[in-house]
Design a protein around this ligand. Sequence first.
Ligand code: GSH
Length: 288
Amino acid sequence: MAYDLALGDRAYSSWSMRGWLLFERFGIPYNAHYARLSSDAFATLIEGFHPARTVPAVRFPEAAIGDSLAIAEELATRHPEAGIWPKAPRARALARSLAAEMHSGFVALRRACPMNLRVSYSSFPVDETVAADLRRLETIWDHARQACDSDGPWLCGDYSAADAFFAPVAARIAGYNLNVSASARAYVEAHLADPAFRRWRAMGLVDGDDRAEYFYDNPRRAWPGPVPLPAGAVKDGTPENTVCPYSGKPAGHLLEIGGRIFGFGSAFDRDKTVADPQAWPEFIRMLG
Ligand SMILES: N[C@@H](CCC(=O)N[C@@H](CS)C(=O)NCC(=O)O)C(=O)O
């Protein structure tokens, strides 16, 4: 069964990103319901998940709940096969501790550098409290990787909820070009290249107007993650496909890539694909 999942602005809502990654990254079925933060639509959406009052929120058959850490634990209990927490006791204990520290900590970093997936600054000076948060991240990330003998990119072996919890931190380090060690930067790069992260960001780039309060006047640079394949929305042309690869709806909204035309069931599905074509397995399969 698919759970109803309430989420906010993809570009700015770091807790929504964590919640969504828990479903998307671990193959747990969901129906996503989005509303922009502080909108009337958000108030209506969250009312439907009472008593939750923030996103992410999930409707389980017995109760609706908010709070990303509670959602992670509840999903892990309901779906033990999904691998939300590592199986090995040491890795599992550390992954839980990492997610909890993220959930309750790093206040200076979170305040000074709100997540904004639409921009990257070439320089963003930070004070010593933010620098201390960055040093703490380096310490716990290095410790986890060593203690868990992680030979891949993630903290405690395979991707776990701990990594989902740090994905928005990786986005902040990338977006604000924050100074971290080589090993921390490699971990950030793994997030930026992760297809699920890229899908969330691609949606965040196209799901509404910029919110000025999340932007600073600092000099900007290109987003430091993988460079998307060049693609664009077009009005005219005959698509190679007849139905949308995501929704199965008629392929009426057109995209051009490398001289080829493909159609999608909505402008949003087309635009999220334009934003990062390689992030979408259904589209890549169609592209051949
Ligand atoms: N501790 C919560 C924090 C969730 C949270 O603060 N979500 C924000 C969006 S990033 C929200 O829903 N804000 C709307 C509001 O406060 O009205 C969690 O882990 O999920």
